[in-house]
Design a protein around this ligand. Structure first.
Ligand code: AMP
Length: 278
């Protein structure tokens, strides 16, 4: 497996690989089975799979966990042996020749809802780094997890509006046996919080089941009750909302919905979502 840190070396290596097709799986490292599932999906859609590992500073807000975010590059590379063809792990100056960057992206409506209410600059930073990675790697295919549902929608938007022409694929959420969505940030949970954490997914599933057979007018009350339940069980709900599956405000005529939540449990901010039809 290639392990490359510079853009020049990456471009030279990929030039030798083409015309084979290339899939990119962008990550911040500290890999778990959720990331590895994306690599396996990528392999089904391209000849070679590259994983980028970069803790992107521009997507972290002031006071967030940029400094303490777990960095485990050598373990990550071991996990990718036999699964990926290459790892691209640049440092900040390689990715941002000028840092802080002079260029800023504003991604519009979808970047201002849900997670953006608490993390207002997050998605503009994600858009910037994904745009850079698409320019550097020029992948045919890129795979992102549905765990970060809003991010996936924004990447699709970025890809369309910037004419990158990458095939974007969404990978299903990989969960622990008790239902908790795998996340590098789950390690911020204390043992007792870790016991409580799967209740988020259980509650989302229950609400989504109820919504799938409820009149649209009842949605607001059902969701408010769900929020109360979570808040009474140790969570501090950041948001619990329904959107259409392309993240537009829902209406009574829609059929494909997603219920999305972010909730604090101690220091950890857990994200989860459940798609449902009606
Ligand atoms: P991150 O390293 O957190 O930036 O995540 C890199 C990619 O892995 C993103 O596309 C995430 O949506 C995806 N991902 C993270 N956790 C999971 C999971 N539990 N299941 C599926 N994909 C995931």
């Amino acid at each position: 497996m290639h392990n490359i840190h510079t853009i020049a070396e990456l471009r030279a290596t990929l030039a030798n690989i083409r015309p084979k097709t290339v899939a990119l799986v962008p990550t911040m490292g500290n890999l778990h089975d959720g990331h590895l599932s994306l690599v396996k999906i990528a392999k089904q859609h391209a000849d070679v799979v590259w994983v980028s590992i970069f803790v992107n500073p521009t997507q972290f807000g002031v006071g967030e966990d940029f400094d303490s975010y777990p960095r485990t590059l050598s373990e990550d590379c071991q996990k990718l042996q036999g699964l990926a063809d290459g790892v691209f792990a640049p440092d900040i100056h390689e990715m941002y020749p000028t840092y802080p960057p002079n260029i800023h992206l504003t991604l519009g409506d979808i970047s201002q809802i849900l997670c953006a209410k608490t993390r207002p600059t997050h998605f503009d930073g994600v858009g910037l780094v994904v745009g850079k990675l698409f320019n550097i790697v020029r992948p045919d295919v890129a795979v992102f997890g549905k765990k970060d549902y809003q991010q996936l929608a924004l990447v699709r938007r970025l890809n369309d509006e910037f004419n990158f022409g990458v095939r974007i694929i969404g990978g299903d959420i990989v969960r622990a046996p008790d239902g908790l969505a795998l996340s590098s940030r789950n390690q911020y949970l204390s043992p007792s919080e870790r016991q409580t954490a799967p209740f988020l997914q259980k509650t989302l599933r229950h609400i989504a089941d109820t919504l799938s057979s409820a009149p649209f007018e009842a949605f607001a009350t059902i969701i408010q009750n769900g929020k109360d339940t979570l808040n009474q069980n140790g969570f501090v709900v950041d948001y619990l909302q329904v959107y259409t599956q392309n993240l537009q405000p829902p209406s009574a005529n829609d059929t494909h919905f997603v219920l999305l939540a972010a909730a604090f449990l101690g220091k950890a901010r857990l994200l989860d979502n459940v798609e449902f039809v009606r």
